[in-house]
Design a binder for this molecule. Structure first.
Ligand SMILES: *Cc1c(COP(=O)(O)O)cnc(C)c1O
Length: 375
């Protein structure tokens, strides 16, 4: 059984993807082909933003967002304690100081109360300039957009939505990837919208920021790539990846519907024995991962072992909080109980729009059997 069945997805979309790739190979426009612009237009329209600027990966997308808003030394950037390091790493590389905040006990997204407390504390200490908040749609579940937007306006902070896991998710009628001052995503193969290599994109409603992003991703270009007005990066989405993504976008909504059905089935079957994902009202998760919480680390490890004995893959997503990482040694003694509980008890089970009924039944049965035996 595949954890995320990208092989089945390719089989289902093979005629469309192969045709797209053949055209690109024949044209030999591997960089900057027309598919890149087409994709940017489609993506902007899909999430509901005016501009989409594609780039090489989701980490670069965040780097470009931080650069566009001038994040640097002396700045404090707030982010959830439970995320992938790429949410904050580029800000650190630019010299900013990360400030971690605990997550909500049930949604696993940044807790607005913890965020506001952290901002107040930073202001009171007076050493750093509170600059930006990175709001992550963790596991594909939309963050608490309204509260976090309110807090950012109150304190004059730049709000960045890291929607690497959230493409296809919906918050109160609006798609993820459209929130905050600027939003970013990743097309890493296993993400809800993934390509066949690396890729990423930045979304904005500001023409000025869109122009700046285009320059920053192209060696700080002025009127052309050979007329440079600032120090930038080389961060491109190649034509092949754009082609794959254009093909996949034609089924994205159908896949999202399928994700809801499969998640619902898992929820119903497992809610009495494990903590199932909590999605706020009027929201839809993209279910980048379907993650359950056991009541203890021992129970979690026991279930993972039972799954493994039945050839069912699982993944701890993620095993360590940001503040516990060696790279953030100065934060190791901080205390974020919800993020810690999550790290110790979470595990993801096989999930994709291509999971078959039979596979899903086997996963459910194996977990329920574990509880019957171990109580
Ligand atoms: C995957 C991911 C990224 C980084 O994307 P890459 O394309 O791998 O660079 C950033 N943030 C989050 C939350 C992610 O899951």
């Amino acid at each position: 059984m595949e954890f995320i069945n990208l092989k089945a997805q390719y089989n289902a979309l093979k005629p469309m993807i192969d045709k797209m790739l053949e055209e690109i190979m024949t044209d030999a426009r591997f960089i900057g082909g027309k598919e890149v612009g087409e994709l940017e237009n489609k993506l902007a329209q899909f999430v509901g933003r005016k501009y989409c600027v594609s780039c090489a990966n989701g980490t670069d997308a965040l780097m470009l967002a931080f650069l566009a808003y001038g994040v640097g030394e002396g700045d404090a950037v707030f982010c959830p304690d439970m995320t992938f390091i790429a949410s904050i790493e580029p800000a650190c590389m630019l010299g900013a100081t990360p400030i971690f905040c605990d997550i909500d006990r049930e949604t696993y997204n940044i807790d607005p109360v913890c965020l506001e407390n952290a901002i107040e504390k930073t202001i009171a200490e007076g050493k750093l300039n509170p600059k930006a908040v990175v709001m992550v749609d963790f596991l594909g579940n939309p963050a608490d957009v309204e509260e976090i937007t309110r807090i950012c306006s109150k304190y004059g902070l730049v709000l960045i939505e890291d929607a690497a896991q959230g493409i296809g998710a919906v918050y109160k009628g609006k798609r993820c990837g459209s929130f905050g001052d600027i939003s970013t995503t990743s097309f890493f193969p296993s993400k809800p919208l993934g390509c066949y290599g690396d890729g990423g994109a930045v979304f904005t409603d500001s023409e000025e920021i869109a122009k700046l992003l285009s320059s920053l991703k192209t060696h700080g270009k002025g009127s052309s790539k050979y007329d440079n007005v600032r120090i930038g990066m080389n961060s491109r989405l190649d034509t092949v990846q754009a082609g794959v993504l254009l093909a996949k976008m034609t089924v994205l909504e159908k896949e999202m519907d399928k994700r809801q059905i499969i998640a619902q089935r898992y929820n119903e079957a497992l809610k009495d024995v494990l903590e199932v994902p909590k999605i706020e009202e009027n929201c839809k998760s993209a279910y980048a991962q379907y993650v359950l919480l056991a009541e203890s680390c021992e129970q979690r490890d026991g279930i993972i072992k039972a799954l493994k004995n039945n050839d069912i893959p699982s993944l701890i997503y993620y095993p360590k909080e940001m503040h516990k990482m060696d790279v953030f040694e100065a934060y190791n003694n901080e205390n974020f109980p919800n993020a810690t509980k999550y790290a110790q008890c979470n595990f993801g089970i096989p999930f994709s729009p291509y999971l078959t009924d039979k596979e899903q039944e086997k996963v459910i049965e194996t977990i329920l059997n574990y509880f019957q035996k171990e109580g």
